[in-house]
Design a protein around this ligand. Sequence first.
Ligand SMILES: Cc1cc2nc3c(=O)[nH]c(=O)nc-3n(C[C@H](O)[C@H](O)[C@H](O)COP(=O)(O)OP(=O)(O)OC[C@H]3O[C@@H](n4cnc5c(N)ncnc54)[C@H](O)[C@@H]3O)c2cc1C
Length: 448
Amino acid sequence: MQPFPISLETPVKFPGPLPDQADVVVIGGGIIGVSSALFLARAGKKTVLLEKGRVAAEQSSRNWGWIRQQGRDPDELPIMVEANRLWRELATQTNQDIGLRQAGVTYLAKSEAQMAKYAAWAPIAQELGVDTRTMGAAETAALVPGMSQTYAGALHTASDMRAEPWVAVPALAGIAAREGACIVENCAARALDIAAGRVAGVITEQGRISAPEVILAGGAWSALLLGSQEVFLPQLSVRATVAATSALPLITEGGVADDKIAFRRRADGGYTLAPGGFHELFIGWNALRSLPKFLTQLRAEPFGTRFYPAAPHGYPDAWTTPRRWLEGGISPFERMRVLNPPPNRSRANRLKGQFAALFPELPDFDLSHTWAGMIDTMPDLVPVVDRVAALPGLTLGTGMSGHGFGIGPAMGRILADLAQGKDPGHDLGRFRFSRFADGSAMRLGPAL
Ligand SMILES: Cc1cc2nc3c(=O)[nH]c(=O)nc-3n(C[C@H](O)[C@H](O)[C@H](O)COP(=O)(O)OP(=O)(O)OC[C@H]3O[C@@H](n4cnc5c(N)ncnc54)[C@H](O)[C@@H]3O)c2cc1C
């Protein structure tokens, strides 16, 4: 299997060269940018995708690999249902096994109070024909055998899936390239080229490319690029640590989580482990400026995030990261081609102990890898998917808030339609950019 996550050591697969003109330029080679480029190319648009490092090297290869409808915001759910269908279709077009399996997702409830929360969400899914249901204690124990703990019950969606992100996202990029998208790795977008008050192209480290439409899908870097264009986006990035076990006997094929630990089986027979509801925020200028918008989230979950006074050098919101740079000069994007935060070792080791304690019958195992990713998160835990009124010609798809891998193909399809002026086919009101500026209260997406 391909090593994971993807890093700067991963060979360049998409060298370009950079054309001087396109119908649409997409900035960012994660699942959102790659899917956007794929659907634009499929629509016959001359598409160029710029990636400062490697395709999928940031969040899109570092995630847990859950493709879940379960627990989604009601306004995301119809889009996620479409994404499930797209994943199945695209998996047949990649000419390789991306590890896509319908294995289900299960949330374990320790208390009746938690069960009641799950039971309240289930009808939202059922209304859309999604097969979510609640389970009692005995059925839960049978679905996930060998647990040392008894749970009150579970929420389960059998049609949810998993895939190996570090294989899947480059494979989708392969389809996009085959269908005509020009993907250029090692090519940072330094600035938008603005002429007569609208987007006219992108200034990259390899030169200028003209285009009447640009999609920004820059993940944790989106706020920095927008800020340099005088557009404020209240977006934070938080570190999330992940650990992979060596191969182990089968417990269950799907993704399972309680309030302390989440795990899912990988195609190589190991399990990917992560702490439930634990994130780390490095404070910087954008975090301070965004704080008022994040107060609702902080009040709702005061202990879910650990704070540090400063991010390491070169991170998007480090105190020393320049917020403006000269057009011809090096930008922060190429100074940090791959945001590769070190994992929180003590958390990773704790995960190993928690997993072993939950499944005492398992043989001894090692953690074969540990890694971390910076999740780009929004104040209300749902993304921005919208045209940017202040910069005509710019479409924004960012802030997937920790659940953008599964929904990525459908968000990409929607962004491609928005950039072409087509009806995206879903109500995107919840994801409008203006909600941060028009006095709207921050309505939190479900923390299920
Ligand atoms: C630990 C972890 C676990 C997760 N688990 C899940 C899960 O199980 N299921 C799920 O659905 N989601 C999960 N997520 C969230 C999911 O990974 C993200 O929401 C998704 O990958 C975001 O995709 P993206 O394309 O928006 O951003 P990214 O994948 O971060 O990609 C953005 C890309 O833009 C590039 N870029 C930025 N600025 C520039 C520039 N100026 N020029 C050129 N390139 C630029 C970056 O280099 C980067 O490659 C998880 C995330 C993490 C970190």
